[in-house]
Design a protein around this ligand. Sequence first.
Ligand SMILES: NC(=O)c1ccc[n+]([C@@H]2O[C@H](COP(=O)([O-])OP(=O)(O)OC[C@H]3O[C@@H](n4cnc5c(N)ncnc54)[C@H](OP(=O)(O)O)[C@@H]3O)[C@@H](O)[C@H]2O)c1
Length: 273
Amino acid sequence: MNQTILITGASSGIGKASATVFADRGWNVVATMRNTDDGIELAGRDNVLVEALDLLDSTSITTAVGRGIERFGAIDVLLNNAGYGAYGPLEATPMSVLRRQFEVNVFGLVETVKAVLPSMRAQRNGVIINISSVGGRMTFPLGSLYHGSKWAVEGLSEALHFELATLGIRVKLIEPGGVNTDFGGRSFVFTHAPESPDYQPLVDMAAAALQEEASDDNQEPHEVAELIFNAATDGTDQIRYISGDGAAQLLANRYSAEQDEQFVAGMRAQFGL
Ligand SMILES: NC(=O)c1ccc[n+]([C@@H]2O[C@H](COP(=O)([O-])OP(=O)(O)OC[C@H]3O[C@@H](n4cnc5c(N)ncnc54)[C@H](OP(=O)(O)O)[C@@H]3O)[C@@H](O)[C@H]2O)c1
């Protein structure tokens, strides 16, 4: 029987590319997204089921998982891809913005994991792949919300890797650097906080640097999707998969520092802090 993957955020970017890569290789794909109108291309394929799933709506999560199992018999791989980036000075960012970042990137992901676990446990088989980021192991200024959410994804994924090991379920992390998607557009929320002049020099500098980051040395979404396919099918217990040379270089720079001080000093110099 064909394997089945359920993907969150399959409307665009890495999620959509992953849906295409898996479907092209004969997998059944439950392509979930907030607005199913965005899935028209995918919906035309026999082995793809497009379902509504909003990470802020618990019922939509359990319904999409249930329909996926009903249609294809099982979910062998869960790809927790959906997410967005909230940036800005923490002090000036409303708690509602902070909470939403964690509701989507962390708690929505956790709810999706909880929704697939009963069936994966019953079949004593499954792979859960969570999309983190280089930003899950290093940080940029004004990224306390986004990085906080991705570091949370890293920590909970690593702990779950151990927790689920004896049940035949593997937990893995993908860590992309810059990828040419709409992340800097539809998935980017920047609180500029003009009412907080103390932060404006850093806001201006960080906004410009993040813009640069978006155009430099980026991967294409299908390249990340290939790595995800590899992680789903390699049969290993590897936890982390760094996506792309740019990401590998960033993390090498971060972790070659003997102490945090060296990394922190580099960032402070870069941002004139
Ligand atoms: N692009 C990069 O440089 C980069 C680097 C490292 C990590 N990542 C991570 O890669 C993942 C995918 O991002 P991407 O680059 O492919 O960006 P993207 O093309 O903007 O895709 C983001 C996806 O997340 C979905 N989403 C946002 N909020 C949601 C919610 N409440 N419920 C369900 N889906 C929701 C979006 O849905 P809509 O279409 O409805 O907005 C979209 O499908 C994210 O987790 C991101 O943090 C990206």
